[in-house]
Design a protein around this ligand. Structure first.
Ligand code: FAD
Ligand code: FES
Length: 261
């Protein structure tokens, strides 16, 4: 973990309330793994005071990318940053996704809902680099909510889209699209990030199809480094049920360990 107080915003892309930031931050970028996150200071003053957690959307030795949507004042403040601005970030934090071993098979399904697509781009690139075949299932409420489909395609990654209103791709929830696909084929693993309701439904589907799955959980985080107990999640352990901190033990957990609310 590094505190990089002099990261620089290099590039901004936006689609309505969705933003992609390219950030020069070599100390964070060089060690980042798919599924990890950063804590970002969103304003130079004290409002809002707390850093906000954001998943690492992509990374290399020069820095990392973020992909986020505006939901409140922190993400709104962040969205007003411009290329050249300084950013203060702590990362890379948490435990990321585990890669399927070659013996487990080559295909992996990556299921993202809305802004939950963020960490799946980095994961897809790393899986492809390791010789696996990632297939991304990307769901949004409307076609405007699946803005980075072409980013995956440009990287040579297969994407299947769904929209709740049927304005693009499969008409319906992304979970229905994945369920339909799992009837026909069995990937080595399913990885997911998105709204809790989507992930809870997907956990039921992957369990029914007996496919191992990993879920990246969200929580409101005070510190991101295990100090405040602001991010607890009920988990099933060998020793029984208990509470763990999402920032330390996660944010990624195997499906069978998560006790969904
Ligand atoms: C590990 C991790 C990775 C994340 N990665 C991304 C990412 O890559 N891209 C992205 O867009 N977002 C991501 N998030 C969510 C992001 O942290 C929140 O959207 C952000 O902190 C909201 O801050 P805000 O000040 O804009 O909203 P606030 O003003 O703090 O909140 C606005 C509203 O959203 C609700 N809310 C805020 N945070 C969350 C949350 N985490 N879960 C559920 N409801 C919440 C609040 O209760 C409130 O109703 C991630 C969260 C975690 C824990
Ligand atoms: S956010 Fe503080 S302990 Fe997890």
């Amino acid at each position: 973990m590094t505190i990089e107080r002099d990261a620089r915003l290099r590039e901004v892309q936006s689609w309505g309330s969705f933003f992609r930031f390219g950030i020069d931050a070599p100390a964070v970028g060089k060690d980042a793994r798919p599924g990890q996150f950063v804590m970002v200071k969103v304003s130079d003053g004290t409002a809002p005071l707390l850093r906000r957690p954001l998943g690492i959307h992509d990374a290399d030795a020069g820095g990392f990318d973020l992909f986020f949507s505006i939901v409140g004042r922190g993400t709104e403040a962040l969205s007003r940053k411009a290329p050249g601005d300084r950013l203060d970030v702590i990362g890379a934090l948490g435990k990321g996704f585990t890669m399927p071993a070659p013996a487990e098979g080559k295909t992996a399904y990556l299921v993202g809902g809305g802004r939950g697509i963020a960490p799946l781009y980095f994961l897809a690139r790393e899986l492809a680099r390791a010789g696996a075949r990632p297939i991304v299932f990307y769901g949004g409420r409307t076609r405007d909510e699946i803005p980075i489909r072409d980013r995956f395609e440009r990287a040579g990654i297969e994407v299947r889209c769904s929209t709740d209103d049927g304005s693009f791709g499969f008409a319906g929830f992304v979970t229905a699209l994945v369920d339909q696909e799992l009837i026909k084929s069995r990937p080595a693993k399913v990885y997911a990030c998105g709204p809790d309701r989507m992930m809870k439904a997907l956990a039921g589907i992957t369990a029914r199809h007996a496919v191992p799955a990993e879920f990246s959980l969200e929580s409101i985080m005070g510190c991101g480094i295990g100090a405040c107990w602001g991010c607890v999640q009920r988990i099933r352990n060998e020793s029984g049920d208990g509470w763990v901190k999402i920032c330390e033990e996660g944010p990624v957990f195997p499906g069978e360990r998560i006790l969904w609310p």
